[in-house]
Design a protein around this ligand. Structure first.
Ligand SMILES: CC(=O)N[C@H]1[C@@H](OP(=O)(O)OP(=O)(O)OC[C@H]2O[C@@H](n3ccc(=O)[nH]c3=O)[C@H](O)[C@@H]2O)O[C@H](CO)[C@@H](O)[C@@H]1O[C@H](C)C(=O)N[C@@H](C)C(=O)N[C@H](CCC(=O)O)C(=O)O
Ligand SMILES: Nc1ncnc2c1ncn2[C@@H]1O[C@H](COP(=O)(O)OP(=O)(O)OP(=O)(O)O)[C@@H](O)[C@H]1O
Length: 488
């Protein structure tokens, strides 16, 4: 869509420099700028976007939107460049969120899982798009995502693409970065859900209170059904502070109440008691925390008018989620699970579920994991302690080391580990190979940390690495060796 001069002046509430007739696109990245675009100079964490304005103009940008005057360029000065970026992006895409209901999912943990569950349920009622940390799904087309919530131009053009592809609803994960950095500003939300809040991202938010308020804003914006987790203290607070918020959870005061949870081995069974009845739900996702995630998604779908039978069927049949307790089966007689858990808390949650699974067949738990470089160092020994406490054998390996020495990170992880219960194999592929070779019938191998990701960031550069593909390749190789041995 083209925004003409008067529309732009109206949107930006200011006069444009002479000679600018209109724009056909908007970007914050000079490298992506093209003829007819507006370039919005955002002040980043590392660089000031204004430095790149001349390059954007060289590439064809006809207007620069900045927070200060830049000589020799067609600049319009605004108070808040990020706000202007979102405003222009929504307008240039024709406000897709006004024409397709968008449901936002926020919280520290469980966003991806809840989003997939809600996407599965909505898909039972009509074509539904998904913007998540793991993937962007439009109908049958799936592509890996780069970020939880991308910048406003990408958000708006993804929504526009979904509308054009005939989607009837969109489910979107909304990170606190997404709210705080105005990546979702000027998006209309038809509904929203809050999963929980725990310590995270305090590099962006000065305090937990700020972090909470960023998440709360999504529910304040939402126009339709709003759900919050009453089992979480922040979720309960939010329900008391934002008008129209309904709650889900195990607590008897929840509007959508989780009851009678049973671990059926292949999945979880529970009842969801709601204002108008009771649903008997069966979900293939293991673990108590996934009962919360699925219940939240089911509650939001019911509140959005999806029929009960559609919810029940979709929950029962929902597919695996890439890198979230993803079970890899290649005919082996033990379980292999890939999970994104990359904190001590996440690792503990996943290993508890793995223990319950292994316990059923008298098997052991073997855990392959590492800690990321250039991130919270305090969690490294804690992860070592958690793994050696909950797994029978741990293989400490390399996660995304970034510029740090993988050997040094592993030493810091090992500093918290119980002696005699682990080994260190820095090469991730070799570490996984070792764990698979150690596994016997009924064991559960957990490969944690990278989940759906397809690149490993190492000091020598980025290398392609995808845990699930590596595991499949190794299992097939070993399976072939095993068959050859037996038949030879
Ligand atoms: C900390 C953070 O959010 N950083 C984001 C930020 O980067 P930055 O401030 O360092 O950017 P910069 O390098 O200083 O550049 C400033 C500006 O100049 C522009 N630029 C830069 C170079 C150039 O050649 N030309 C150019 O125009 C950039 O596009 C940018 O607009 O602005 C960039 C462009 O908009 C983002 O890509 C980048 O996200 C990075 C990749 C990132 O990892 N973000 C993470 C922390 C994030 O957003 N995570 C959340 C939460 C996930 C969760 O829930 O766990 C998410 O939603 O994914
Ligand atoms: N409701 C929950 N409560 C606590 N922990 C959870 C919950 N749901 C998931 N987790 C843990 O968090 C991990 C990540 O789950 P998921 O990807 O669904 O969350 P997320 O909020 O999308 O995180 P990210 O944005 O980092 O992907 C899981 O592997 C599990 O260990």
């Amino acid at each position: 869509m083209i925004l003409n001069r008067s529309e732009l002046e109206e949107l930006l509430q200011t006069r444009l420099p002479p000679g600018v007739e209109g724009i056909s696109g908007v970007t914050h990245d000079s490298r992506a700028a093209g003829p007819g675009d507006a370039f919005v100079a955002v002040s980043g964490f590392k660089r000031d976007g204004a430095e790149f304005a001349p390059e954007a103009v060289r590439r064809g940008a006809v207007l620069v939107v900045a927070e200060r005057e830049l000589t020799g360029l067609p600049v319009v000065v605004v108070r808040d460049a990020r706000e202007a970026l979102a405003r222009l992006a929504a307008a240039v895409c024709g406000h897709p969120s006004h024409r397709i209901p968008v449901y936002g999912i926020t919280g520290t943990n469980g966003k991806t899982t809840t989003s997939y569950a809600l996407h599965a349920v909505f898909s039972g009622a009509g074509p539904c798009g998904l913007l998540s940390t793991a993937e962007i799904i439009v109908g049958r087309e799936r592509r890996p995502a780069l970020r939880t919530t991308p910048e406003a131009p990408e958000v708006q053009s993804a929504l526009d693409g979904m509308l054009r592809a005939g989607m009837e609803r969109v489910v979107m994960e909304v990170s606190s970065h997404g709210v705080e950095l105005k990546r979702v500003a000027h998006t209309r939300f038809a509904g929203a859900l809050f999963t929980n809040l725990s310590r995270d991202h305090l590099d962006l938010h000065p305090t937990m209170e700020h972090y909470y308020r960023a998440k709360r804003r999504l529910l304040e914006w939402a126009e339709g059904p709003k759900l919050s987790n009453a089992d979480d203290e922040w979720g309960l607070r939010l329900a008391g502070e934002v008008e129209g918020v309904l709650t889900f959870g195990r607590t008897p005061r929840a509007d959508y109440r989780i009851e009678g949870v049973e671990d059926g081995g292949a999945g979880m069974r529970f009842r969801l008691r709601h204002p108008e009845g009771v649903l008997e739900l069966e979900s293939p996702l293991l673990g108590d925390y996934n009962v919360s995630n699925v219940a939240g998604a089911a509650a939001l779908a019911l509140a959005a008018g999806i029929p009960e039978e559609t919810v029940v069927r979709a929950v029962r049949e929902m597919p695996q989620i890439p890198g979230r307790f993803e079970r890899i089966g290649c005919g082996q007689d033990f379980e292999v699970v890939v999970d994104y858990a990359h904190t001590d808390v996440g690792l503990a949650a996943v290993l508890e579920v793995a223990r319950a699974l292994a316990g059923r067949s008298g098997g052991r738990v073997i855990c392959v994991f590492g800690a990321a470089g250039e991130r919270d160092k305090a969690k490294r020994p804690k992860m070592g302690a958690v793994s050696t406490r909950l797994a029978d054998w741990s293989v400490v390996t390399t996660d995304d080391a970034y510029s740090e020495d993988p050997g040094e990170i592993a030493r810091q992880v090992a500093a918290g580990a119980a002696p005699g219960r682990y080994e260190v194999i820095l090469d991730r592929l070799e570490a996984i190979r070792r764990a698979l070779r150690l596994a016997r019938r009924g064991d559960v191998v957990v490969v944690a940390g990278k989940g759906h990701e397809r690149v490993q960031h190492l000091p020598e550069g980025d290398v392609p690495f995808h845990d699930a593909s590596a595991i499949r390749a190794l299992l097939r190789q070993d399976g072939e060796v095993e068959v050859a041995r037996r038949s030879g």
